[in-house]
Design a binder for this molecule. Structure first.
Ligand SMILES: *Cc1c(COP(=O)(O)O)cnc(C)c1O
Length: 395
């Protein structure tokens, strides 16, 4: 009989280089494969499962909602979606929400909103979007055009016109790129796929000022760093800036597929009925999940814990840096941390997997740490012990 892996290779398009395990169930910060092996999960579905696995409140809300109504189209209202949107408004300080299904779709919609708004209120020539080198915004055509890494764009030309790039954490580069045609700047407060690179505080504040001064919309991609990941509900809150548009996804549903665009009241007026839509977007099922995630993660005590545990994890990793010369830098905020090495990290990640620890890279030479937000200190210690063991063995 063929294994699940072999059957998958038969029928899946060859887009992922899957690790050779078949996951079956999860509980807390652990997942289990089909052979019963247990793994401490510092990947969390790539910064998705903030509440971990089998979270009682989330499971119950989803199960109850399945029994009532999963999908009914945005032709009609549904209460879980309104409740999730109300929570996002309350937690973000922004005014209007649009629900979709994924990060790419949120970024795509955000860029459409920016152009619509600019076309309506700022003049017909303001169409250009400036994104950052080394960024990642998703795989749809607009989002992959905005993505500032050639490896994601290879073979896809022609890309979407009107998007250009400048250097991240370099205000002069942005000043040079900006002109009368610029309608929006798109930026990740912490670059996720680009190697866990945080924007410097002064820089992001300068970006915000520059945008305001030039009537340019500040559009943040918080698909990875949003929803509590950095120890703030939204990463921009740590920077003390007020974005015009924010894209969310990953952590928002705690495992069910949902994305969102948040915008100020004024900017949201860029959309009129019929301008944008999503068949599934914000259906009752995923919003019942998002509502629980927002209620739980939005508590100041939980966010404070994320900051505390993030500081703890960062200190442990910095200790490792003193023991291993091939660690170049440890960086990030809250529970979104990266450890850059002077060599590829694949072997370390495979070594950790063999010892019951899941980690994922971000780029070739960076190990990323994005555990469930509910991770505890003893689990951080356990993770560091395994990582250190593997690094010693590999040498
Ligand atoms: C993952 C990610 C996306 C894309 O999200 P999908 O749900 O995979 O479409 C966009 N932006 C950032 C910053 C991401 O990390």
């Amino acid at each position: 009989m063929l294994s699940v892996m072999d059957r998958g290779k038969e029928v899946f398009m060859n887009t992922y280089a899957q690790f050779p395990i078949v996951l079956e169930k999860g509980d807390g910060v652990y997942v289990y494969d089909q052979e019963g092996n247990k793994y401490l999960d510092f990947v969390a579905g790539i910064a998705v499962n903030g509440l971990g696995y089998n979270h009682a409140g989330l499971q119950k809300a989803l199960k109850d909602q399945v029994d009532k109504l999963t999908h009914c189209s945005n032709l009609y209202w549904n209460e879980p979606a309104v409740e999730a949107a109300e929570l996002l408004v309350k937690l973000s300080g922004l005014d209007k929400i649009f629900f979709c299904n994924s990060g790419a779709e949120a970024v795509e919609g955000a860029m459409k909103l920016a152009r619509k708004y600019a076309g309506k209120y700022l003049g017909p020539d303001k169409v250009e979007i400036i994104a950052m080198n080394n960024s990642f915004h998703g795989r749809t055509y607009g989002a992959v055009t905005a993505t500032g890494q050639l490896k994601y764009q290879k073979g896809l030309s022609p890309l979407l016109p009107g998007i250009k790039h400048c250097e991240y954490n370099d205000i002069e580069s942005l000043q040079e790129a900006m002109n009368d045609k610029t309608c929006a700047v798109l930026i990740e407060p912490i670059q996720g796929e680009g190697g866990i690179r945080p924007a410097e505080k002064d820089y992001l504040q300068e970006v915000s000022k520059l945008c305001k001064k030039n009537n340019v919309l500040l559009m943040l991609d918080e698909v990875q760093c949003g929803v509590g990941r950095t120890g703030y509900m939204f990463a921009y809150q740590r920077y003390g800036i007020e974005p015009d548009i924010v894209a969310l996804a990953k952590g928002l549903g705690g495992g069910v597929p949902i994305g969102a665009i948040m915008a100020s009241k004024k900017v949201a007026e860029g959309f009129s009925p019929g301008d944008h839509a999503s068949t599934y977007g914000g259906n009752a099922l995923v919003c019942a999940g998002a509502k629980v995630v927002l209620e739980v993660v939005g508590q100041e005590t939980l966010l404070e814990q994320v900051r505390k545990k993030g500081t703890y994890l960062k200190a442990q990793l910095t200790n490792l840096q003193e023991k291993f010369n091939d660690i170049i830098e440890v960086r990030g905020h809250g529970l979104m941390l990266g450890m850059e090495m002077n060599k590829p990290v694949k072997e370390i990640i495979l070594g950790c997997m063999a010892k019951g620890l899941l980690l994922v890279g971000s780029g070739e030479k960076i190990i990323r740490f994005v555990p469930p937000l509910i991770v505890e200190e003893k689990e951080i210690d356990f993770m560091v012990t395994i990582l250190e063991e593997v690094m010693s063995e590999i040498g």
